[in-house]
Write a protein that binds this ligand. Structure first.
Ligand code: GAP
Length: 446
């Protein structure tokens, strides 16, 4: 965990928000590399789910919505965590985490014994309900899920596009939750991004489409390059289901590093799911709950093709996917007696595709060629030039941020018009004619 956080900060993936003022709890800024990785995840999701399918359309709804939306959706009453405070050290915990992390009371212990603070052993307050929505001075709330923007636009989209059931509406956008028990880096943030599809189906077909989406979404994470053994599907028990759901399965990633040697309870959705396994995405059968509610509160008829459709909802988090990708791709290995850190990211997701490096930065002819190569490749691939350290350090820096290819211009390049291309994972080096570079890279980077 510390290594990932340190890498993120050192190399410009993720910074604490407003850091010069001491940061802001569980709010994060994505730096130059983080924003590229994030965009690549979102673009791939959009391409696979909107552009390359004929049954899903996109939407970008506002973050602020009519206050009635949150009454209708049930968030006003039910979107709450049960929290307890420690009377001694004043730390706050989710009641659910305290219960699931303390060993059961044994027969020789008092029947009246209550759970104690996991930090200091102090006495805990009674659980209290704490609504997770952020209030604004405008009266309404910041949306805690993007889904509601889709439901309230359902009729607009049906009327403009005349879609046939089953069809989906997809949205990527920010969501806000006033999470109290935070920690675990970006895993549980107060401002985060969701990638959601609401897939509208004939009610009788809901179970079939639910199964379909659980499989589709599981396979998508494998396509991203996450190792299959670090992913699993976990079906929710009845007690765990959200107020709108009949069935729900989480796609979980094994963040085993979160819990290794941890003193604190592992907080968060999926905390009941076992050590290290944490939710990346939930796929829920929301039935007709949302359309019924919005129909009732708005007075508008939301029937379509003679029914109130059921909704299957694959709902994933951009930030959690990004974190899982970093963890999964992070390797430390020994090369010639020295430690090499390498991010073996899927090439499609890597923030920078090519780094152009001059072997000698004090030789203007070499620097000139390297910059020319950078300029020639720039319109086609995300390419960076770097001459701020020795070649060994420059390679290591690129390995650590997951750049698939480094191109090095050396003295010999001046004569033979060739450069060295080094591949990140194998560290294999090849001499390639400068005139062939674009074609060579094009074959390797789509
Ligand atoms: N519309 C359904 C919904 O919002 P959810 O399980 O509460 O369901 C969906 O959230 C996804 O959003 C989660 O699987 C997770 O990836 C992401 N998510 C939820 N809360 C988050 C938080 N506090 N920080 C980061 N990501 C979060």
């Amino acid at each position: 965990m510390e290594k990932i956080v340190s890498l993120c900060k050192r190399r410009g993936f993720i910074f604490p928000s407003s850091q010069i003022y001491g940061g802001l709890s569980s709010i994060w800024d994505y730096g130059p590399l983080g924003v590229e990785l994030k965009r690549n995840i979102k673009n791939l999701w959009w391409k696979d789910l909107v552009h390359q399918r004929s049954d899903i359309e996109g939407l970008d709804a506002a973050v602020l919505m009519h206050p009635k939306v949150w009454e209708a959706s049930g968030h006003l009453k039910k979107f709450a965590d049960e929290l307890v405070d420690c009377k001694k050290c004043k730390k706050r915990f989710r009641a659910e985490d305290i219960v699931s992390h303390q060993s059961p009371v044994t027969s020789h212990q008092s029947k009246n014994r209550k759970p104690r603070c996991p930090e200091c052993g102090g006495e805990l307050t009674k659980p209290r309900q704490f609504n997770l929505m952020f209030k604004t001075s405008q009266g309404p709330f910041l949306r805690p899920e993007t889904a509601q923007g889709i439901f309230v636009n359902f009729r607009n989209i049906c009327q403009t596009l005349h879609l046939k059931l089953p069809f989906g509406i997809a949205q990527i956008g920010k969501a806000f939750r006033n999470e109290i028990t935070t920690g675990n880096f970006t895993f549980r943030s107060r401002e985060f991004e969701q990638m959601e599809i609401e897939y509208f189906v004939q009610p009788a077909e809901a179970p079939k489409w639910y199964e379909y989406w659980v499989n589709e979404r599981f396979n998508w994470y494998i396509k991203l390059g996450i190792k299959k053994e670090n992913l699993r599907v976990r079906e929710h028990s009845k007690e765990e289901l959200a107020h709108y759901a009949r069935q729900c399965s989480d796609i979980e990633y094994n963040f085993s590093f979160f819990t290794k040697g941890a003193r604190r309870p592992s907080v968060g959705q999926g905390s009941t799911s076992g050590r290290g396994w944490k939710e990346l995405e939930g796929i829920a059968n929301r039935q007709d709950f949302d359309l019924i509610q919005h129909q009732r509160f708005s007075g508008e008829d939301l029937n379509y093709e003679g029914v109130l459709p059921y909704i299957i909802e694959p709902s994933g988090g951009v930030d959690r996917t990004l974190l899982a990708l970093l963890v999964d791709a992070y390797y430390e290995e020994e090369v010639k007696g020295r430690k090499r850190v390498v991010l073996r990211l899927n090439k499609d997701l890597a923030p920078i595709k090519i780094a152009v490096l001059p072997l000698l930065r004090n030789r203007p002819e070499i620097v000139k060629i390297a910059k020319r190569i950078r300029d020639e490749l720039l319109p086609h691939f995300i390419t960076k030039y770097d001459d701020t350290a020795s070649i060994g350090k420059l390679y290591r820096r690129q390995d650590e941020i997951g750049t698939p290819y480094c191109i090095t211009v050396d003295v010999q390049s001046l004569d033979d018009k060739k450069v060295t291309v080094r591949e990140r994972d194998t560290m294999r080096q090849e001499r390639i004619a400068m005139s062939k570079l674009r074609e060579y890279m094009g074959e390797r980077l789509k």
